[in-house]
Design a protein around this ligand. Structure first.
Ligand SMILES: [Zn+2]
Length: 255
């Protein structure tokens, strides 16, 4: 469902260049997403990420919600931080413990659009974000993953197909459904090769100070799966790339 007329929160994906009229942070100099030019990245040694065991079980229950701008997935049940399932990580060059907040997908009207970040100008058909927060500092850290269209059924990432099958039913704003997910299988990475830079939320209010970690490996998904989202939920949900200005993008290596 498109959110062009009905939403009263002053933004839509029809014209992201107008977001700054209501959200001045969107005019900042450290906005996301960006295009990553490999020859301008700087190699940096990072310690490995250490994820809590619940990242790799099939048991954790989540709630999917059609927010009008995306289908976001949060932990089901308690909103009280103390009572929540422990989904957290340390390491990766970040300070402190970061807790899972939500994950969601960005996609485009066809395979030539969809990812928010680009690598050497290459656009991917979709991009997933896993948002985490350090509760002590309220610092946000987002993991990004790219997708590639692969119409061989046996190659499709089954956890993402599960997300799409449930999300596809949430046709109205504020519709919700519960589902279990294995976050490790959704993220499909060993966590060693990534890009790191300082940016912003890619949705209003586009607040800056977000630590981005971009994993360049591509997750396979079928075209018909993306078509379900395009046809039944929203046509396109991505912000175009923003100027990098004087920021440095680091690329990881591990000893
Ligand atoms: Zn996002």
């Amino acid at each position: 469902m498109s959110c062009t007329d009905k939403c009263d929160d002053h933004w839509s994906y029809d014209d992201p260049s107008k977001w700054s009229e209501h959200f001045p942070a969107a005019r900042g100099l450290s906005q996301s997403p960006i295009n990553i030019e490999l020859d301008k990245t700087v190699a940096q040694l990072y310690p490995p990420f250490v994820f809590s065991p619940n990242y790799n079980t099939d048991e954790v229950l989540f709630t999917l919600t059609n927010t009008g701008h995306q289908v976001a997935v949060t932990l089901a049940g308690s909103t009280n931080k103390e009572n929540q399932t422990d989904l957290s990580f340390t390491g990766g060059g970040l300070t402190g413990t970061f807790h899972f907040v939500n994950f969601h997908l960005h996609w485009g009207q066809n395979d030539r659009h969809g990812s928010e970040h680009e690598i050497e100008g290459k656009i991917f058909p979709a991009e997933a974000h896993f948002v985490h927060m350090n509760y002590e500092t309220e610092q946000l850290a987002v993991f990004a993953f790219f997708f590639t269209v692969d119409d061989q059924s046996e190659n499709e990432n089954t956890e993402w197909r599960k997300y799409i099958d449930v999300a596809d039913r949430l046709v109205n704003i504020n519709d919700t459904a519960n589902c279990t997910f294995n976050l490790s299988q959704l993220m499909q990475t060993d966590g060693t090769y990534f890009f790191r830079y300082m940016g912003s939320l890619t949705t209003p209010p586009c607040t800056e100070g977000v630590i981005w970690t971009i994993f360049p490996s591509e997750i396979p998904v079928k075209e018909e799966s993306l078509d379900l989202l395009r046809d039944n939920i929203m046509r396109k949900v991505y912000r175009p790339v923003q100027p990098i200005n004087d920021r440095i993008v680091f690329r990881s290596y591990q000893a």
